[in-house]
Design a binder for this molecule. Structure first.
Ligand code: CA
Ligand code: CA
Length: 288
């Protein structure tokens, strides 16, 4: 029985090879990055820009001090603000909190009156593990990138909130025209792993991109507007169906007419011209 148990245990030990461990780590990173992206896209689709009209599509700021909450004063790169997004603090295969870079044109406070569009300049340029241009492959523009920073590499120190201690750079190759810099707000960014010529890990970041096409935004909404004009005693020109406000009440025009200064033509005095349809408060509530 003991012999059988030992054989079984040896079999179990053989089942977990370094390659398996690596595959599990890659899967873990892929899973947490996908979950983080889902959380980010969901938040963006539900976070309304409080303007007129109401617009969706703003991205949160990165978290610059490690508390999970976005910081409006932060740079465009920092940790994923998981607490702001209302998701768990997702950790990569090395036990590290995720990082996040966002294009400055879509951060909170930068959208004006319309949903985000493809940035006109300084687009985030991500490259695949072989240096292929992912923008070219996806055919769309990248608005944010979420990173799994991976384990500590030589020259880095943790914990702190400095991007270069988590994300690395690499000499240019493939389609990039400059050196890669995953720790920079403008990149260019590259998918790890990249090893040195002697086989030492140079860059071990993994990432997932968030493109304009990934967003699931509700339509832009125009709030109810005041449908009632102020009634004027002189110089008014009204047609059937016009709505006016007068002394706290709302009136609908029943006959087209003009006003020439006669106070006796006030809406509350001439039911043949005006129908009392409610209070002025109903003018902007969609009730009229
Ligand atoms: Ca924070
Ligand atoms: Ca790294």
């Amino acid at each position: 029985m003991i012999f059988v148990t030992v054989i079984f245990a040896m079999g179990m030990m053989r089942a977990v090879s370094p390659r398996d461990i690596q595959a599990n780590a890659e899967q873990r990173n892929a899973d947490v990055l996908a979950e983080a992206k889902q959380g980010l896209v969901s938040w963006i689709g539900n976070h309304e820009y409080t303007g007129n009209p109401v617009v969706y599509g703003e991205f949160p700021h990165p978290d610059s001090n490690g508390d999970g909450v976005q910081d409006s004063s932060s740079a465009s790169i920092g940790r994923l603000p998981w607490k702001t997004l209302g998701i768990a603090e997702l950790k990569d295969s090395a036990g590290e909190t995720l990082w996040y870079v966002v294009h400055p044109s879509v951060r909170i406070g930068t959208l004006a009156t319309s949903p985000p569009t493809c940035p006109a300049s300084n687009q985030l340029k991500p490259y695949g593990v072989k240096g292929n241009d992912l923008n070219a492959i996806t055919g769309t523009c990248v608005l944010a990138i979420i990173f799994a920073p991976g384990a500590l590499l030589p020259g880095q120190s943790r914990p702190n909130h400095v991007a270069t201690n988590y994300l690395e750079g690499a000499p240019q190759f493939g389609a990039a025209s400059t050196n890669y810099a995953n720790y920079a707000t403008t990149g260019p960014f590259i998918q790890g792993p990249i090893n040195s010529s002697s086989g030492q890990p140079l860059l071990n970041d993994r990432f997932i991109i968030v493109t304009l096409n990934d967003l699931r935004l509700p339509p832009t909404q125009t709030p109810n507007v005041d449908k009632c004009k102020n009634w004027v005693q002189n110089g008014g020109s009204y047609t059937v169906g016009d709505l006016v406000k007068y002394q706290g009440r709302a009136y609908k025009c029943l006959q087209s007419h003009n006003t020439y200064g006669d106070p006796n033509w006030a809406p509350d005095l001439v039911p043949a011209l005006w129908q009392d349809v409610g209070t002025v408060g109903q003018c902007n509530q969609g009730a009229l």
